[in-house]
Design a protein around this ligand. Structure first.
Ligand SMILES: [Zn+2]
Length: 290
């Protein structure tokens, strides 16, 4: 009798564990278990088995989550590293630009300076010499190319008006006096100062993000080389800035065509005397009105 009951109880034990059995069946099983150690033992073993299977599954899930978390942590770390490097690179670039801009501002403080400008442009060379003493200045522009259409323009400004002396390729000499049109020659030291005219935040940020900087030698000077930089006085291209002075010593400007122009600049401060500011001899020129 007991054996038969055992068989029935053991058959329905899995359902009993899963709580799928009715209250009457539960009562019947529990009554039997009170008196049967064999079935009780069996029930305990079945419970253990189920428990260990559950832990296995749980462990798998936990391991999966751990691995996933590890991957996320690594990804976060990589992104953070990239962000830090990005900020460091941009910060360095911005710092160098501000430094050079400040140095340039200091350098051009002297009202007495000489600067020269050479522009090389597909077979032609334009040279401009500027002698500046306070408001007074003398500028010479000499243009020469392979086709002998050379000319020279000298501008003398006494502080309020300018006289222009023009010598063309046929050696004709003409002069325009007391012209209010000051500065047909686009040369002022601001044009050479690093980003001097580009005080706008927009241009500055554009340059910080878009250009690159490295240290190079140019015209025997330790320079910062900036590629892909925008300057309102020069246009867009590459510039070499003297680390000492913050002044541009070379600019390679992208033209509208394929050809780029190369310009070289030199500067001397506090060397201007009356001789260097001497106006051309007016008697050699034919005076015309503009
Ligand atoms: Zn039993």
């Amino acid at each position: 009798m007991k054996n038969k009951e055992c068989k029935i109880v053991q058959d329905i034990l899995p359902n009993y564990i899963d709580e799928l059995t009715s209250q009457e069946t539960n009562d019947f099983i529990e009554n039997h278990l009170k008196e049967c150690t064999e079935c009780t033992e069996m029930l305990n073993n079945m419970k253990k088995e189920i428990n260990s299977e559950d832990t296995k599954k749980q462990k798998k899930v936990i391991n999966f989550i751990k691995k996933y978390n590890k991957k996320i942590t690594i990804l976060k770390f990589i992104l953070l590293t990239i962000l830090v490097i990005f900020i460091l690179v941009l910060g360095r670039r911005a710092t160098i630009m501000l430094q050079m801009s400040n140095k340039a501002r200091e350098s051009k403080k002297g009202d007495d300076y000489f600067c020269s400008y050479y522009l090389y442009d597909s077979g032609s060379v334009t040279t401009i010499y500027s002698y500046v003493k306070e408001n007074e200045f003398l500028r010479e522009l000499i243009y020469s190319n392979n086709y002998e259409s050379n000319y020279k323009i000298t501008e003398y400004c006494n502080g309020s008006s300018s006289n222009y002396y023009i010598e063309n390729s046929d050696s004709e000499k003409i002069a325009m006096l007391n012209s209010e049109k000051e500065g047909i020659l686009p040369i002022k030291i601001e044009d050479y100062c690093f980003l001097e005219k580009d005080s706008s935040i927009k241009t500055f940020l554009r340059n910080v993000f878009m250009s690159s900087v490295k240290t190079v030698k140019c015209n025997d000077k330790e320079c910062y080389y900036f590629s892909n930089i925008v300057s309102s006085s020069l246009g867009m291209g590459e510039i070499y800035v003297d680390k000492e002075t913050g002044l541009i010593v070379r600019a390679i400007i992208n033209g509208t065509g394929v050809q780029s122009t190369i310009s070289d600049f030199t500067y001397n401060f506090n060397t201007i005397n009356d001789e260097s500011l001497k106006e051309p001899d007016i008697s050699e020129y034919k005076i015309v009105s503009d």
